[in-house]
Design a protein around this ligand. Structure first.
Ligand SMILES: Cc1cc2nc3c(=O)[nH]c(=O)nc-3n(C[C@H](O)[C@H](O)[C@H](O)COP(=O)(O)OP(=O)(O)OC[C@H]3O[C@@H](n4cnc5c(N)ncnc54)[C@H](O)[C@@H]3O)c2cc1C
Length: 311
């Protein structure tokens, strides 16, 4: 079907799809409400399906009408610009049914909180994801970018992933996905609905110690409670100095652009402050860091945070 160019026609089509599938639909939201950096412009529509089948049907219908959409979890890895974003956000946070444990396996939907899943798994004496405990996102967001911390990555424990294809929920083996450093082979426009993880039993005391250790390391090294999106840049290839240390050595901790600041606690974190903070402040600061690192070390820093443009 041809793309609907007329905004009124498009809005009518979105509304009809939402009503037909009984998907909650909202207008007038901003990325500043939906992302952890608390900046970013307006969104035309936010549609929030409640279960995996509904989400699969929804994105199929949007695609059938050539209506642009993007998936969003907790928004803890996204910097959206300050403009008007003329596409539909499909929020996965409603896909949060309780995970189902079966022996060493757990089946979980994309909108479920990753830290909660880590705690649930620990309560079942299952190990494999305790290092991911403090990552403040959804399971879907973690799968999308192969989230990891303290020597663990989600991709290593994924047995199968459920994705939306042709309006249906399809299960694919985790072994078919390339799980790289903060990057996967999922293609743009792939909606991840859930996954089955294969964990392994371990001594509950040891699991709890590892979770505590990860948590205390996080609290000690990261700006807890601030508005951030975690590490802004990926680490350069193994062997070189960590990106945070590199930025710190340039004396950039505390550097400010408008309402965005290089965290004094962790130089690879950009935090936003105050009601006037803008996405453009964070982006300008990030580009300044990249330029300094390029000039002093000849390294092109790659963004770990996703930059979403309204253009
Ligand atoms: C304080 C702090 C600490 C952090 N520490 C870490 C860390 O240690 N390790 C780490 O890896 N990350 C870390 N992060 C970054 C972030 O929390 C992770 O990337 C997290 O997995 C993102 O999940 P989310 O639900 O917030 O995804 P979002 O930010 O909502 O989305 C991120 C990307 O995933 C896509 N996406 C989300 N859900 C789906 C879905 N269901 N289907 C398809 N695509 C989807 C979005 O379209 C977007 O492209 C940290 C962030 C903060 C704020």
């Amino acid at each position: 079907m041809a793309k609907i160019e007329d905004p009124t026609e498009r809005d009518a089509a979105v509304e009809q799809i939402a009503i037909r599938l009984s998907v909650p639909a909202e207008r007038g939201r901003r990325f500043a409400d939906l992302t952890s950096l608390r900046v970013g412009g307006s969104i035309d529509w936010v549609l929030s399906p409640n279960n995996e089948a509904q989400a699969a049907a929804l994105v199929h219908d949007l695609e059938q009408h050539a209506i642009a959409w993007r998936p969003l979890g907790s928004g803890s890895n996204v910097l959206a610009d300050d403009g008007e974003h003329h596409y539909v956000i499909v929020s996965l946070k409603g896909l949060k049914a309780d995970p189902v444990f079966d022996g060493n396996r757990v089946s979980v939907s994309a909108g479920y909180s990753l830290p909660r899943l880590c705690i649930d798994a620990a309560r079942q004496d299952l190990s494999g994801i305790e290092g991911l405990n403090g990552i403040p996102g959804t399971v879907g967001g973690a799968l999308w970018m192969n989230a990891g911390a303290y020597g663990q990555e989600i991709g290593t424990v994924v047995e199968t992933v459920r994705v939306a294809r042709g309006g249906r929920v399809i299960e694919i083996p985790g072994s078919e996905v390339q799980w790289n450093y903060r990057h996967t082979s999922f293609r743009e426009g792939e909606m991840l609905l859930g996954a089955t993880l294969s964990l392994h039993p371990d001594d509950p005391q040891k699991i709890s110690e590892r979770m505590e250790k990860a948590k205390s390391q996080r609290m000690a090294t990261q700006p807890h409670g601030s508005r951030s999106a975690g590490c802004f840049f990926k680490n350069a290839p193994a062997g070189s100095v960590g990106t945070g240390k590199m930025i710190d050595d340039l004396g950039m901790k505390g550097t400010r652009r408008g309402g965005a600041v290089v965290s004094p606690k962790h130089a690879n974190f950009i935090v936003t402050e105050g009601d006037e903070a803008k996405a453009e402040d964070a982006l300008a600061l990030a580009e300044e860091i990249r330029a300094r690192v390029k000039r002093e070390h000849g390294i092109d820093l790659e963004y770990e945070v996703e930059l979403w443009s309204s253009k």
